[in-house]
Design a protein. Sequence first.
Length: 289
Amino acid sequence: MTAEALNILLLSASIVLTVGRSIFSKAVSSNPFGTRRFFLAQALTFGLAAILMLLLSLGGVTGASPLTWLLALLYGVCLISSQWCYTIALRGGNTSICATVYSFGFFLPALSGMLFFGEALTVCKILGLLLLIPALLCSVRGEGGSGEGKYILPLLIAMLSSGGLGLLQKVQQHSPVAGEKNVFLLLAFSLAALVSLVAAFLPRVKEKAPLSTRHMAAGAAIGLCFGAVNLLNTTLAGRMDSAVFFPVQNVSVIVLCTLLGMLLYHERLRRRDLGTFIFGIGAILLLNF
C-alpha cells in the first residue's frame, strides 16, 4: 500500500469515528448533567479510550517524562470539559449545529501556528478567522426563552476545549517528548476517567439510578471512537498536509453529522442554520488555504 493510499484510509477512518462519537454522544445526552448516570457514561467513555491507549502503548507508561505528565494533565482537563459540555449541548441542540460549532475550535491550533510555530499569516487565513464570527452569530441568533438556547454556553465551552485539544496535540508533537504520544494520551484519558468516576459518587450527585444497558453500550462506543480519533488525528497531522487534512476532515464530519442527525433523530434545519454551515465551511477552507 502506498503512503497516499494509507493516508486516505486513515483519514476515512478518522471521519467515520468522529461522526460516530457525535452520534453516540447524542444517544447518551438524555442523561441530565449532575446525575450519576451522566458521570458513569463519561467514566465509561474515557475508561475505554484509556484501555485502547494502554493496548497501543505496549508497556511504555513507565518511560513517561515529567513534561509528558504535565501535557497529559492539561490534555485531560480539555478532554473532560470538551466531552462533558458537548454531551450537555447535544441534549438541547441539533447534532448538525453542535458538530459544526464544535469543529470551529480548530481556530486555536491554526492561530497558534501563525503566532508561535512560524506558519504564514495570509489574507485568506485572516478572512477565515473573521468568517467564524458570523458563523457563531448565526448559531446563537434568535434563541427563545423556552430553554432552547441553554445548550449554547456548554457548546461554546466544548468548542474552545476542542481547540485546546488541537493546540496541545500540536505542542506535544513539536516537543522533545513527541515519541511518547501513546503514553501521553493514555495518561490524559485515565485522568478524565478517574475524575468522571469520582464525580459519579460524590455525596451531592442527583438521581442515583444506574446507567442503562443501552447507554452503557453507547458510552463504550464513544470511548473507542474518541480514543482512536485522538490517535489517528495526531498521526495524520504529521503525515498529511494540514491544508488538505483539516478542511477535508472537518467539512466531511459536518456534512455527515447533519445527514445522520436528520435520519436518526429526525432533526430539522432552520433557515439560520444554513448561515452557520455556509460561513463555517468557508472559514474552514480559508484558514487552511
